[in-house]
Structures are given as structure tokens and as C-alpha cells.
Design a protein. Sequence first.
Length: 285
Amino acid sequence: MDVVDAQIHMGPGGIDEVLAAMNALGITGALVDEYWLTSFDNRPHYALPDGAQRPVGPTAELAALMHPDRFAFLLRIGRLDPDYEAVIRHVRDAPGGRALRIDPGLSPAEVGQFADGGYDHIFRAAADAGLPLFVFGPDSPDAFARAARAFPDLRIAADHCGLYSNSMRTGFAQREPLDEQGQLALFDRILALSEFPNVALKWGHASSMFDLPAWPGDALSPILCKAVSAFGAERVLWASDYSVNQRGESWADLLYGVRGDPGLSEADKAKVLGGSLRAWIGWPA
């Protein structure tokens, strides 16, 4: 099976080690979102004179240059970067550049900007460049719906099941936690975004979002199958994000919990585990 991970973090360095792990697990490729995990200060980036940040991805770009059949990359775009259009064109033209990402979910103020159109200039530029945009905007189905209507030609992926975990909800979002039924009800509103053909769902951090183990995955299976039923397997993108897994699960746990899912056909697994991502970001096998 052609398995392609829709989100891993890497850097600085680490290309050979990640490649060795991929070979051991049978993972063909990975979309790299370079993010240095020493702290949550958006490194690596350039600090611009006006206080804005411009994320960069030197390790991700190098990985894609050295191993174009194994790695592609996305780049985060700063909302306040005055040269955001040029940065987006750079990703479009760079070997291995396949997508963009914004992360308003890291603060309540930025969630509000997402809801009120504060990121629309980035949505517009991404659409003009023909690049898909991954959006970490949890618990915001109305904001996603507004963006999908406003930019019908832009491929938008809702990161991390479109949800906060409760630890993220009380931390980043400064909101009250939800019980199991509240989380599932909110997820139903995320699944309703499937009415927009330009929206996909990234199946990442699912074990944290629903507080269920990734392996063996039987408890998560009904929820994943419901997502596939809503979006179709061609718009559900598996992502491990193994390096910041909130439950401490391994890359193997996160992969094989989906690969062994009893509720999905082999054809659907092939899409969810890689085929759908390749089509969504235009990265042929």
C-alpha cells in the first residue's frame, strides 16, 4: 500500500532518521510541516521589523530536494506578513512545495480573526497560486463554512479532525472542556462541512480528540467510518503528527490503528492512508 503521512514535523536535521523510520513502517512518503518542538514560538521563522513572523522550512525543503519521491512540504503563512503573496509564490515554485498552512487555533484572538475574515487575504492568495490550504482552526465549523463559500476554488483541509482536545481547549482556546457527547456533537457539525466539495478532513490527533487509543483502533473505528461516510474516503487524509502526539502513542500505533480498521474496505484504506492526500495536494506517486 502507498502510505503517505499528511503531517509530520521535522528539524533541525533528522532527515535520515525519519527516512529510516518510514522504511521500517512501510510509509512511502510524508508531507513535512517544519516546526521545531523546543518551544511553541513558531520556530523556525524570520522576525520581521514590524513584529510579524515569517515561518521558514529549511529542513523540509532540503528533505524534498534530496528525496523528492519521499518528502514534500507545506509552509505556514503569517497573517501579518506584508510579503505573504511572495512567500506563497515561493512555495508554489519550489521543488516539493505542495501546500500552505495557517494556525489560528493557537489563540482565541486568532480564532476570532479566522471567523471574521482576518485570514481572507491568505485564502485568496492560496487560491490564486493553486495551492491547498491546511487550517488549524478547531471548534469553528461556521468559520470553515464561510471560507468554503467565499473561496470555492480553494482546497481547504480542516486539521486535527476540526476539533480541540480538552487539554488544548482549556489551554490554547481558554474554553471549558466538553464531555464525550459534546465532543461527538461538535464533530457532527464538522462532518456537515462535507457538503462543500472543496473541504477535506485531516484525520489527525483523533485518539486525543476523542480520548480513545489509536491502537488497536477498534474504539475509534466507528468515528472514522462516519467521517468516511460523510466526506468520502477521497476527502479524509490520515496524518500521524507523531512528534506531538498528546497521548504518547508511537508512529506505528497511529498508522496501524487505521491500517487494521475493520470497518473500512481495503480500497478506502488506500485512499485515507495516502491516495487521497496525493490527489489533494497534487503529489503523484
